[in-house]
Design a protein around this ligand. Structure first.
Ligand code: CP
Ligand code: NVA
Length: 308
């Protein structure tokens, strides 16, 4: 059903495709637990282009490819001719002659779209300034594991209206989860993403709230989620952002407003004492390391479905 496709945005996935990814991920996760090999991508190669730093994405894709019987190449943007001005168009066509899939982490989302347009092999978005779909698929998979199902749950995202928040808007609306996003003025999610998510939400019955009030967002939430205040590429804005986001910290006070037994998620890396207190991220609510682990299982499912 998904063979040969790209994965650039959750918006492009049907609910059936999302559920299929989850089913395969579940199977791969339990196979791995009992040591059952699953070489679905034997002899296949994934090129991984990184224009930004990464721990989880790089390691989970690389290890995941290995566990599927294939091979992954780490290509730093600086080392590729891409870093010296070779075009995306040519890079896409050349890599397509060598490899069976391309994962890319970069700044501009349009660059990933262009790569996918010219590549004849599946392209997977490993994070852009706009979206982080693989992250959010792993997040939803984690919530499903913890809560049993997704539909009707409420996720509150407290913080920067950036790539992770955007993909959460698409992901939650697709699976029928309610989502509230609280960000300070000037750092809200993009209007066009909210509009597209709202159109999806209308069909799936999910509710979307965009607010400046973190406690209004947290009200009755089953899941609390946050991300760093300054993303990769925004390092010089760190000081300004520390001021703007100071009221947007996930802390124990916030738990008074959520449902009884919320789970806390964070895409990581985290800055303890900034967007989240140590007490929360290292406390009993936190599922951040299960979430990080699930990047592996979910991305293996994605690669197996697109590339086998
Ligand atoms: N969450 C995430 O994508 O982590 P990395 O930046 O370490 O890949
Ligand atoms: N918003 C963060 C996510 C990191 C996984 C960033 O873009 O740096």
């Amino acid at each position: 059903m998904m063979k040969g496709k790209d994965l650039l945005s959750i918006y492009d996935l049907s609910l059936e495709e999302i559920n299929l990814i989850f089913r395969v991920a579940e199977e791969l996760k339990s196979d791995r637990k009992i040591g059952k090999p699953h070489p679905y991508l034997q002899g296949k190669t994934l090129a991984m282009i990184f224009q930004k730093h990464s721990t989880r994405t790089r390691v989970s894709f690389e290890v995941g490819m290995y566990q599927l019987g294939g091979y992954a190449l780490y290509l730093s943007g600086k080392d590729l001719q891409l870093g010296r001005g070779e075009t995306i168009k040519d890079t896409a066509q050349v890599l397509s002659r060598y490899v069976d899939g391309i994962m890319i982490r970069t700044f501009s989302h349009e660059e990933v779209e262009e790569l996918a347009y010219y590549a004849s092999v599946p392209v997977i978005n490993g994070l852009t300034d706009l979206l982080h779909p693989c992250q959010v698929l792993a997040d939803l998979f984690t919530i499903k594991e913890k809560k049993g199902s997704l539909k009707g749950l409420k996720l509150a995202f407290i913080g920067d209206g950036n790539n992770v928040a955007h993909s959460l808007l698409y992901g939650c609306s697709k699976v029928g989860m309610d989502i509230a996003v609280a960000s300070p003025p000037g750092y809200k999610v993009k209007e066009e993403i909210v509009e597209r998510a709202m159109a999806v939400a209308k069909k799936t019955g999910s509710k979307i709230l965009i607010t400046e009030d973190p406690l209004e967002a947290a009200k009755d939430a089953d899941v609390l989620y946050t991300d760093v205040w300054a993303s990769m590429g925004q390092e010089e804005e760190q000081e300004e952002r520390m001021k703007m986001f100071s009221n947007y910290q996930v802390n124990k006070e916030m738990l008074k407003y959520t449902k009884e037994d919320p789970i806390f998620l964070h895409c990581l890396p985290a800055h303890r004492g900034e967007e989240v207190t140590e007490e929360i991220i290292d406390g009993p609510w936190s599922a951040v390391f299960d979430e990080a682990e699930n990047r592996l299982h979910v991305q293996k499912a994605i690669m197996a479905l697109l590339m086998s």
